[in-house]
Each structure stands twice: as C-alpha cells, then as structure tokens.
Design a protein around this ligand. Structure first.
Ligand code: KIV
Length: 265
C-alpha cells in the first residue's frame, strides 16, 4: 500500500473518497491500525484523559507528547502520523510554536502537527507551514478551551459562532492547513464548511458529510467507559473482554490451574 502523505489527503478529497483516521498513543495499537490501512494516526492530547486518567487534556506536556509520538511513528509505515500540540505549546507566540512543532517532527517522527483554534491562530499556522511543517487545524469544540466554554457542549449552534467557524475554516485553509478537524458542530454547518473549503474536513461528532472521520481509539473499542457520548460508535467491547480475561487469570492462579505442566519447562 502506498504511503499516505498530506498530498494524499487532498487527492482523496478531490476524488470524493473518505478519509479514515483514529488516535493512537502506543506502538502496538499504531501497528494494528497501520496494518488495517488507516489513513492517518493522530497522537492526540486525549492521551491525557484516556491514557493518563486526567480530567481534561490540559496538563499533558510536550515531553509526554513526544514520547507517545515516537512510539506511534515507529510503527506506522503507511499512515500519516500527526502529533497534537499540547495546551500552551503554541499559544504564547509563533516562535515557541515553531520550536515545539519542530520537536514533533525531529524527535517524535511525526509528519504533521495539529493545532486547536480559529482565525486567531492563522499567523502561527503560516509560520509553521512556511518552514515546511504540515498543519492540521481543529475548530468547533476545542477541548483545550474547556474552561472558557464551561464544558464540552456542541459549538456553532448560533449564527454568529457558525459564521466565525466558516470564516476560520477558510482562513486556515488559505494559511496552508492541509486538513481540518471539525469537532461537535451541527451537521448542516459541517456540510457547509466541507463544501466551501478546499482542504479535507475530518469530523468527530460532526455528522456524515465531512471528507473523513476520526474517533478516539479507546472510545470506539469500548475501553474507555467513563462516559459514552452518542457520536461514539463502539466497534468492540474490549473493557468487558479484558475484565473477563483478568478475572479468569486470577481465578486460575489462585486455584492452581495456571500454569499447567504443558505450559512449563
Ligand atoms: O486529542 C484528540 O484525540 C483529538 C481528537 C478527538 C480529534 O483532538
């Protein structure tokens, strides 16, 4: 299978073929995703919640993100690997953003970075793209702004915010983003943005009309059970299976049933 690049993303949009992306934070998961033909793997800052058990994405550090990105990049031979820039690694100024984005490519082995934010981050996007760092944008529900919005509700329901999102999408595309995550916005707004912008839109809780879709892998595998929003389709119930396996192991060890002579040397 041919290596997926940022160019492939654009080609798939122009051919009206859907892009399938998922998150990963470790080598094993990334290797399975890559084997199955996933187009892109996002090393998301959602790792802070589903890997580290924190209540928000805010406290994950650059060093933690680089650590996970390295593991994923090591496994992905076909998929495009995108490193998610953590909170406060790109907001202070474009210079700091550039240094941190560079680390994702140089140390982490990522092939692109993702930044949350609308038209206000356009100068930073231009700076990164200008030195050859591909940027994926992310608008709508932007989890790093959870405290500003007071939660994880649907964005873009009112006319003013919807117009802000459409304008932001166009400006981010003009600034050189190669794709754009649309998170938790009404289906009609996602459709409008997808039709208007020249770059592929990747939806999460944004309906079926986006150019591609992404989910957090622990959500779609039924591993993360803290909450289950309606946009998550569970393709497996791994938490149940793992619990069963762990309980069986404990029972076997305590009952002297594991290991058997056949499993011994
Ligand atoms: O951090 C993440 O996993 C994300 C996706 C939900 C898009 O930003």
């Amino acid at each position: 299978m041919e290596k997926v690049t940022t160019k492939t993303f654009m080609q798939l949009k122009s051919r009206k073929e859907k892009l399938a992306l998922l998150t990963a934070y470790d080598w094993l998961t990334a290797r399975l995703l890559d084997e199955c033909g996933i187009d892109g793997i996002l090393v998301g800052d959602s790792a802070n919640m589903v890997f580290y058990g924190q209540p928000t994405t805010l406290s994950i550090t650059m060093d933690q993100m680089i650590y996970h990105t390295k593991a994923v990049a090591q496994a992905a031979t076909r998929a495009l690997v995108i490193g998610d820039m953590p909170f406060m690694s790109y907001q202070v100024d474009a210079q700091e953003a550039l240094r941190n984005a560079g680390r994702f490519l140089k140390e982490g082995g990522a092939e692109a970075v993702k930044l949350e934010g609308g038209k206000e981050i356009v100068p930073t996007v231009r700076r990164l793209v200008g030195v050859g760092i591909p940027v994926m944008g992310h608008i709508g529900l932007v989890p790093q702004s959870v405290h500003r919005f007071g939660g994880y509700g649907v964005r873009g329901k009112g006319e003013e915010e919807a117009e802000y999102l459409v304008e932001s999408a166009n400006l981010l595309a003009d600034a050189g983003c190669f794709s754009l995550i649309l998170e938790k916005i009404p289906v009609d707004l996602a459709k409008r943005i997808t039709e208007e912008v020249k770059i592929p839109t990747i939806g999460i809780a944004a309906g079926p009309f986006c150019d591609g879709q992404i989910l957090v892998v622990q959500d779609m595998l039924g591993l993360f059970e803290e909450f289950k929003p309606k946009f998550v389709r569970r393709y497996a119930q791994l938490a149940d299976q793992m619990r069963k396996a762990f309980c069986q192991y404990i029972e076997d060890v305590k009952g002297g049933k594991f290991p058997s002579i056949e499993e011994s040397y």
